[in-house]
Design a protein around this ligand. Sequence first.
Ligand code: ZN
Length: 187
Amino acid sequence: MTILPIRITGDPVLHSKAQEVAEISPEIKALISDMFETMEAAPGVGLAAPQIGVALRIFVYDYEYEEQRLRGVAINPQLEISEIEAGEPDMESESEGCLSIPTERFPLKRAAKGILTALDESGNTYTLEVSGWMARIFQHELDHLDGVLYADRLLEPYASELKQAIEDYGWGVPGISWLPGEDDLEP
Ligand code: ZN
């Protein structure tokens, strides 16, 4: 297994729609192991394949949810979400980060509930009905597969603040990545 470099915002793979996985081949299984290892090293609660430069519809997650550890892979996932509440996002409880925009966090409204349907590593379909932060993680990761970063969904003044931060880091251009365990960057 290998820890892979995580692409930083500006890399085209992060801003394009990823392709469906046609077959869960040994290569795909190896990729999934590397994604788990990379997510653990980051550390993160979710990681999507485009973040490691692979334009496929796969994400992994690992989060303590309702007193149990939800750890898994979602291949060709679909997500049904509840309506997103109107109003201002809460700084304390709704601030989101992303391994592809490390060190920054900004608040964003997400749907409170989601139903994930996906294939697992063996190709079996499973469904997970979740709420709260777990639903947020799924929305964030599914966005990655559609080329959307949470930065793209921020309202003002947060959108401008994050845009400025990205410029200040010299990000927002193709070809920049960071390596968990080597580069000291954590969201
Ligand atoms: Zn992310």
